[in-house]
Design a protein around this ligand. Structure first.
Ligand code: M6P
Ligand code: ZN
Length: 194
């Protein structure tokens, strides 16, 4: 006999992008992103302050089994580290062929994607933009605006997270502020995988 899971609803506060009744809130400070910003001196200078870079609001604790979907919102605060915009850690999916959809709720940002071979794509995110992360692409979001940038993510609950590959090789490109505008530049620390 099929055991039915109960349907559920969470409310996203569209003014802030938060989920007030979230099952879990993850707070990521600069120290949680150690070594991910390209300018290590600028990172060191901010170490004492250790600002909150972003928060993830997990709608519900969905079972991490095939067929289920996880969903969450992420709010990235405005700011830069050595000119590089505040961003998420970024990840590949542990089950690499799993896709994901990001829908922008608030603010202005960019979705930076790359293949394991280092091909890069940038998707611009303003409210209403619904971006597709295809299977196998690593993905990171960046706040390129002056206010909090919020988006909703929907993903296969069994996708999991591979942060280690990003920690080891980094992203091939960075998004930095130049004359008040975002610009894509090569990451001097990037190593091709393999
Ligand atoms: C989105 C989803 C989450 C992810 C979060 C932050 O909400 O993709 O699964 O955790 O962004 O990204 P990261 O895990 O790379 O820090
Ligand atoms: Zn993902």
């Amino acid at each position: 006999m099929t055991r039915y899971m109960s349907p559920l609803t969470r409310t996203i506060d569209l003014a802030s992008g938060t989920i007030p009744d979230a099952a879990e809130v993850q707070t990521r400070r600069l120290s949680d992103l150690e070594g991910l910003f390209a300018d290590r001196e600028a990172e060191n200078a901010l170490r004492h302050e250790n600002p909150v870079i972003y928060r993830v609001y997990l709608a519900a604790h969905i079972p991490t089994e095939e067929g289920q979907l996880g969903y969450s919102t992420t709010v990235i605060y405005p700011g830069t580290v050595g000119g590089e915009y505040f961003m998420t850690k970024g990840h590949y999916h542990a089950v690499a062929n799993r896709a994901e959809v990001y829908t922008c709720l608030k603010g202005r940002g960019a979705l930076l994607l790359q293949t394991p071979e280092g091909e890069t794509s940038v998707q611009h995110m303003t409210p209403g933009a619904a971006a597709y992360v295809p299977p196998f692409w690593g993905h990171r979001t960046v706040n390129t605006g002056a206010e909090p940038f919020a988006f909703m993510a929907v993903y296969p609950a069994d996708a999991g997270y591979d942060y280690a590959t990003i920690a080891e090789y980094g992203f091939a490109a960075l998004i930095v502020e130049r004359d008040g505008k975002p610009e894509l530049v090569p990451n001097p620390h990037y190593q091709r995988e393999g």
